[in-house]
Structures are given as structure tokens and as C-alpha cells.
Design a protein around this ligand. Structure first.
Ligand SMILES: [Ca+2]
Ligand SMILES: [Ca+2]
Length: 259
């Protein structure tokens, strides 16, 4: 064996020794997240993690007539971000803090359960995945949003939708970062007015409401809690320049003494 062949052989062996990555289901729950997401109280932030739910709950979103596009976070346009109740508060999901750093780049597959109030609703959904940065204490980037008009219309009986999948922009998450999941209303054809559709979530395995996004990567989460960086108080902000000036003067004095 040449040294080069040995090197290739060793590389192949070391790659084979790496632990296999297992897909992770990130379930949507009804409980509110304990994490702080700046942006006011007009968006309810619910918990997401890899723990299976047990009892179905619902989020009901009113239809908006016509074609819906350009959904984005944190859109306040009626008929974009889904609501917990008809005409109610927008709701999104944020995961518990990631226990360790991970780069998310593999296919994200939805498993969303839902139904529409009437066939004339012509209602469907889109979803977006974003990164919440523990160092910044806020959402810093989007990994991508599922295709516009990409999901087939909900039926009037609850059923699951497993497409479209999302190919995320490869994004490095640090330990403590969180995965944000936003579900949007979308049209399937011309959305009819005065209808609504329901997302079922937080249920047990394989039943109506077993709603999650499946990530290619192996993800593990720390217990939830507010891990955002502390905010500087007004007095600290005022004291900052004074302390800086004192430090500069001390250094200048030291330099003068040493000269
Ligand atoms: Ca659309
Ligand atoms: Ca229809």
C-alpha cells in the first residue's frame, strides 16, 4: 500500500466510525415557550421539542379571499401567520434550546395535520424555519420557507400533509440556539372568504394531531427556560461611557508613568 492509499483507507475507516445521524421529529405543542422572543405580546410563542404530545389541540385560521403570497415572519397581514383561534392572536413555535451545536442542512419534511371548514375554503399551509440566536437573544435568519402554493388543499376531514419538503439554507446553530417554526395560511386555488381551516397538533403518535417537522439531523434539546442575554439597564448604559473614560485615563496615566 502506498502512503496515499493508506491515507484514503484511514479516512474511509474514520468516516465509517462516525455515529449515524438520526432524523429528529420536532413536535408542535400547545404550552407556551419560556424563551423570550422580542416582538410584543401580539404573537403567542408556543413550545416545540422532540417530545411527543398526548392530546390533540387546535389552531383555527380564517381564510382570506383570493391568492395569498409573500408570507413572511413576522407579517401582521391577515391571512398570513396562523392564529390560535378564528380572528385571534398569531401563533408561532420555538424549540427548547439546542443542547449542542449542529448544522442543519438536510431535507425538512412536514407532518402537518389539518382540515378546512368547507371545500370552498381552498385552504392549505406553508411553513418556515428560522434560527433564534442565543447570543443575540433574537431571530437572526431564515433557513427557508416552503413553496408557495406547494401544499395540496386540506380536506373537510382531518388528514396529514407530508409535502412539500424544504431544502434549508445550511445553517450552523450553537448550543442554546432555538429553532423557530412559523406556519402560514396559503391558498390552494382561489381561497374562499368567510371560511377557516384548523391545524391539529400536540397529539400522540400516528393519530390526528401528530404534527411535527422532521429534521434530517440528530437534535437534542435542553430544558426550556429563558436563556436570552440580559438587557442593559438605562443606568448601565449611562455608566458605560464614564467607565470607559476612567479606564482610558488610567491607561494613559500608566503609560506616562512608564515613559
Ligand atoms: Ca399562495
Ligand atoms: Ca376546494
Amino acid at each position: 500500500m502506498t502512503p496515499r492509499t493508506r491515507l484514503v483507507f484511514a479516512l474511509v475507516l474514520s468516516l465509517a466510525a462516525l455515529p449515524a445521524t438520526a432524523a429528529t421529529k420536532v413536535f408542535l405543542h400547545d404550552a407556551l415557550s419560556k424563551g423570550l422572543v422580542p416582538g410584543g405580546t401580539d404573537i403567542t410563542v408556543r413550545q416545540a421539542n422532540s417530545t411527543q404530545g398526548s392530546a390533540k389541540v387546535t389552531a383555527v385560521t380564517d381564510s382570506a379571499a383570493g391568492s395569498i403570497s409573500g408570507q413572511y415572519f413576522p407579517s401582521g397581514t391577515t391571512g398570513h401567520i396562523i392564529t390560535k383561534a378564528s380572528g385571534g392572536t398569531r401563533t408561532i413555535w420555538i424549540s427548547d434550546p439546542l443542547a449542542s451545536g449542529v448544522t442543519i442542512s438536510g431535507t425538512i419534511t412536514p407532518n402537518l395535520w389539518g382540515l378546512e371548514s368547507a371545500a370552498q375554503c381552498n385552504c392549505a399551509a406553508r411553513y418556515e424555519v428560522l434560527r433564534w440566536d442565543v447570543r443575540r437573544g433574537g431571530i437572526v435568519s431564515s433557513l427557508g420557507i416552503s413553496t408557495d402554493d406547494g401544499m395540496s388543499e386540506w380536506g373537510t376531514s382531518a388528514a396529514v400533509r407530508n409535502s412539500p419538503t424544504l431544502t434549508p439554507s445550511s445553517t450552523a446553530f450553537n448550543a442554546g440556539d432555538r429553532i423557530v417554526i412559523v406556519v402560514y395560511n396559503d391558498n390552494a386555488g382561489n381561497q374562499g372568504s368567510n371560511r377557516n381551516w384548523t391545524l391539529d397538533y400536540d397529539a400522540g403518535t400516528g393519530v390526528d394531531g401528530d404534527t411535527y417537522l422532521s429534521f434530517t439531523e440528530s437534535l437534542s434539546f435542553s430544558p426550556d427556560g429563558n436563556n436570552a442575554p440580559g438587557q442593559a439597564t438605562t443606568s448601565e448604559l449611562r455608566l458605560g461611557p464614564v467607565l470607559w473614560e476612567m479606564a482610558c485615563r488610567a491607561l494613559l496615566g500608566l503609560a506616562a508613568a512608564l515613559a
